[in-house]
Ligand binder design. Structure first.
Ligand SMILES: NC(=O)c1ccc[n+]([C@@H]2O[C@H](COP(=O)([O-])OP(=O)(O)OC[C@H]3O[C@@H](n4cnc5c(N)ncnc54)[C@H](OP(=O)(O)O)[C@@H]3O)[C@@H](O)[C@H]2O)c1
Length: 243
């Protein structure tokens, strides 16, 4: 069984995507018990016992808790595979915390819960590729690119939700009932993503196909540019990477 230290949003999404019984701990909220109730397995009161009993361990707590968690696990991690999903935590830091373990650095995103996730794995962690392919696409990257990966894939479900909210609100201001605007926008979003994929990621072609010279789409795109869409994404990336 996979053992999860922490049963929060990201660990829960992975566990649900894998869809198998788990060993899990939390820091007292009851989220581990809720996960076990859903998937089967066992809630444990002690991270060291979890690590001893798990086939592989996923670190699903917050990054700043690494040293405290590793100290609690101690020798139990000897010879184990420890998969970290901790944002901004390097392989060197992980290896220092778990010197007797095989450590893997992965950056997943929450659509793994639907097996439509994207997981980036730092080079050296290839043995985890098949596991994460069960819950979506996997990209193996040099470790130096993992921060940018986090800033463009992990955070993206939140950005897309914000974009959806803004577009739906605009539709409501334009006179659409909210439920109808939501349904229409989400269908458009899914279809547009499929179209971009079908066009091999050629964003310019997709834009040109919608944009008549001097037409309404051209006016809408210009308004988005004037209001700093590109700068907003660029600054968001810098904000994420900068911590
Ligand atoms: N959320 C995302 O989309 C996302 C994406 C990529 C990577 N990550 C990474 O995933 C990690 C978790 O993020 P999250 O958003 O899932 O946070 P979260 O929902 O707050 O979950 C953190 C979990 O860790 C548990 N925990 C804290 N200290 C613990 C300890 N000593 N022993 C066992 N469990 C402990 C918490 O317990 P309680 O439930 O009792 O509070 C909670 O279940 C972070 O390192 C983050 O960088 C998140």
């Amino acid at each position: 069984m996979i053992g999860f230290i922490g049963a929060g949003n990201m660990a829960g999404a992975l566990a649900r995507g894998w869809g198998e019984p788990v060993l899990a701990t939390d820091s007292g909220s009851g989220r581990a018990a809720a996960l076990v109730e859903e998937l089967g397995g066992e809630t444990l009161g002690d991270n060291a016992e979890l690590v001893r009993r798990a086939d592989a361990v996923v670190l699903g707590h917050k990054p700043y808790q690494l040293e405290q968690v590793a100290a609690g696990v101690g020798d139990a991690a000897t010879g184990k595979t420890v998969i970290s999903i901790l944002g901004g935590t390097s392989i060197a830091q992980l290896q220092a915390a778990f010197p007797q373990s095989t450590v893997i650095r992965a950056v997943p995103n929450t659509p793994v819960a639907l097996r439509r996730g994207v997981t980036c794995i730092a080079e050296g962690g290839e043995q985890a590729v098949a596991l994460f392919e069960r819950v979506g696409s996997v990209f193996v990257l040099p470790e130096s690119q993992m921060s940018v990966a986090l800033a463009t894939t992990s955070v993206m479900p939140a950005y897309v939700a914000l974009v959806a909210e803004a577009a739906i609100d605009a539709g409501v201001r334009g006179g659409l009932p909210a439920a109808r605007a939501t349904e229409m926008f989400l269908a458009t979003l899914a279809g547009s993503a499929e179209l971009l994929i079908a066009r091999g990621g050629d964003t310019l072609t997709v834009r040109r196909e919608v944009t008549s010279p001097g037409g309404s789409t051209a006016r809408g795109l210009a308004a988005l540019e004037r209001n700093g869409l590109r700068t907003a994404f660029d600054e968001a990336l810098q904000a994420v990477i900068g911590g």
